[in-house]
Design a protein. Structure first.
Length: 213
């Protein structure tokens, strides 16, 4: 099974996932930062709280004291650190001319990636989520679910580095932003439902079935 077949099987089973969750790019951006090391269902009410307070755009939450923003982010894990990370990342995006549309940032993808990775609290996964889902650059997002599924299907080892796994996608698939978004979301869904730490393989869409099954 190659990567295109894997994608086709996932899509046929789960359908379009419509990722990244959120109504606006500003919500997507905040979600990328807040989703670090926590469940998405803990992030959703925090974004709703920010929406109610009308502070989704960087210009608004950058006006807040870091401690005050942290109070609003409570429930999203390490909320005090994330308040700092969100303000740093928001300040950077504004410096790059971001106004909520992907086209407002014109720098080359690799330049943006290098700069984002230098920001405090922004690792490869968060960086690439911002590039893919917020700025719509064809950069594949690798997470723990990706490593689990690809290693179990022989594409890589469990100890493969982030960049090695990302290169598997970049070298074998066309650079398609929408497909990269969908693929990442499908992997997450498959890992949650079937490819768990203790896998439930019986009904998994990726299970290799013989002609008699």
């Amino acid at each position: 099974m190659d990567l295109n077949s894997l994608y086709s099987k996932l899509y046929a089973h789960f359908g379009s996932r419509g990722w990244w969750p959120g109504d606006t790019p500003y919500e997507h951006f905040i979600g990328c930062v807040l989703a670090q090391n926590t469940r998405w269902d803990r992030v959703v009410p925090v974004i709703q709280r920010m929406k109610q307070k009308n502070i989704l755009v960087p210009e608004k939450y950058l006006q807040l004291r870091q401690d005050d923003l942290a109070e609003i982010l409570k429930g999203s894990g390490t909320y005090q650190r994330k308040a700092e990370y969100l303000q740093i990342a928001g300040r950077y995006m504004l410096s790059r001319g971001w106004n909520g549309t992907p086209g407002s940032v014109t720098a080359e993808t690799q330049i943006l990636r290098n700069e984002l990775l230098k920001l405090k609290g922004i690792g490869p996964e968060t960086c690439d989520c911002i590039l893919l889902y917020v700025l719509e650059r064809p950069v594949f997002v690798v997470d723990a679910y990706t490593v689990r599924i690809l290693s179990r299907h022989g594409f890589c080892t469990k100890k493969a580095k982030y960049e090695e796994i990302q290169l598997i996608f970049h070298s074998r698939l066309s650079s398609d932003v929408e497909m990269f978004k969908e693929y990442h979301a499908l992997i997450v869904e498959c890992a949650k439902q079937f490819c768990r730490p203790k896998p439930e393989c019986t009904d998994c869409p990726l299970k290799e079935r013989n002609n008699n099954s």
